[in-house]
Design a protein around this ligand. Structure first.
Ligand SMILES: NC(=O)c1ccc[n+]([C@@H]2O[C@H](COP(=O)([O-])OP(=O)(O)OC[C@H]3O[C@@H](n4cnc5c(N)ncnc54)[C@H](O)[C@@H]3O)[C@@H](O)[C@H]2O)c1
Length: 285
């Protein structure tokens, strides 16, 4: 039955602290997009539990958050390893009775292997770093999240899981699997208070994907590369993750948002600075 009253819409008390009192787990939160997400979540009042395999970057990020007067804890682990994920979960449970937000962010396209040169070993590597840990970490925390009264899961994948990626179809397939896992999980657990959404990342400056070094002379081409006309930053990704983590998106689940400066939407069309219009062929006619 529909209600005239919005009495089941979560009340947002403080719009400047959208995650007050929440516990957020972020994988790969020591650097890049995961770091951006961890910093913004902490600034919005969450206690952030970061798991990362890079001990020194992890220490730096946790300290940076603590210096802001916010709360974060770091745990060194390789999320591809089931035992290490279980240890991490136990560590988190020592500190908190609940987990409200889970961000599965770890992933990598490297080493990029062309399909004809690839092998079962390289396929397994792509599976482990892009998909297997999403299952492992989600499996580790889902029951706890349900028992805590629900929460939000955000799977950071790639625009390459939403469009054809000629460079490495195996990587594209793994990201597409994360995309669809998000949709399926959302449809299965919505009634348990769990929302699940994915983010299809592209064009974002990080250690892994460096759009600056070696590209200094093509700065002027951003207007053709990305519909928004600029490079993206971890902060751009973090803002969308904050929306998906918080009650701002209380009625959104099962979706995959390209966070890509428009590269997915504009795929196939390029702005030609010479022709001063969009073209869909190599030459601006
Ligand atoms: N940057 C982009 O433009 C872009 C484009 C498409 C997809 N993505 C996706 O976004 C996500 C984040 O990418 P990024 O560019 O920030 O990467 P990044 O390499 O800059 O950062 C990844 C973080 O994860 C950690 N990490 C890596 N492997 C780990 C493991 N096995 N266990 C624990 N921690 C591990 C790293 O130490 C690092 O802190 C990935 O899933 C990536 O595939 C990024």
């Amino acid at each position: 039955m529909t209600s005239q009253h919005a009495d089941n819409v979560p009340v947002i008390e403080d719009w400047s602290h959208l995650l007050d009192g929440k516990v957020a787990v972020v994988t790969g939160g020591a650097d890049g997009i995961g770091k951006g997400i961890s910093l913004l979540f902490a600034a919005h009042g969450a206690v952030v539990e970061i798991v990362d395999h890079d001990e020194s970057l992890l220490k730096e990020t946790v300290e940076a958050i603590q210096e802001l007067g916010a709360k974060a804890y770091g745990f060194v682990a390789d999320v591809r390893d089931a035992d290490q994920v279980t240890e991490f979960k136990h560590e988190v449970m020592k500190r908190h009775a609940t987990v409200d937000v889970l961000v599965n962010n770890v992933g990598d396209y490297r080493p990029l292997v062309r399909f004809l040169d690839s092998s079962p070993d390289s396929w397994k590597e792509m599976y482990d770093i892009n998909l297997h840990h999403v299952f492992l970490v989600t499996h580790a925390f889902l029951q706890l999240m349900i028992d805590s009264g629900g929460g939000s899961i955000i799977n950071v994948h790639s625009v390459e899981g939403m469009r054809g990626y000629p460079g490495d179809p195996v990587y594209g397939a793994m990201k597409a699997a994360v995309n669809h896992f998000s949709t399926c999980l959302a449809s299965g657990y919505g009634r348990n208070g769990i929302r699940v959404n994915g983010m299809g990342v592209d064009l974002t400056q990080t250690t892994q994907v460096d759009y600056i070094s070696g590209y200094e002379d093509v700065e002027h081409l951003w207007e053709s590369w990305a519909p928004v006309g600029r490079l993206g930053w971890p902060e751009d990704q973090a803002r969308v993750a904050l929306f998906l983590a918080s009650d701002l998106s209380a009625f959104v689940t099962g979706h995959n948002i390209p966070v890509d400066g428009g590269s997915h939407a504009g795929g196939g069309w390029f702005f030609s600075p010479d022709a001063k219009r969009f073209v869909n062929r190599p030459k601006g006619l």
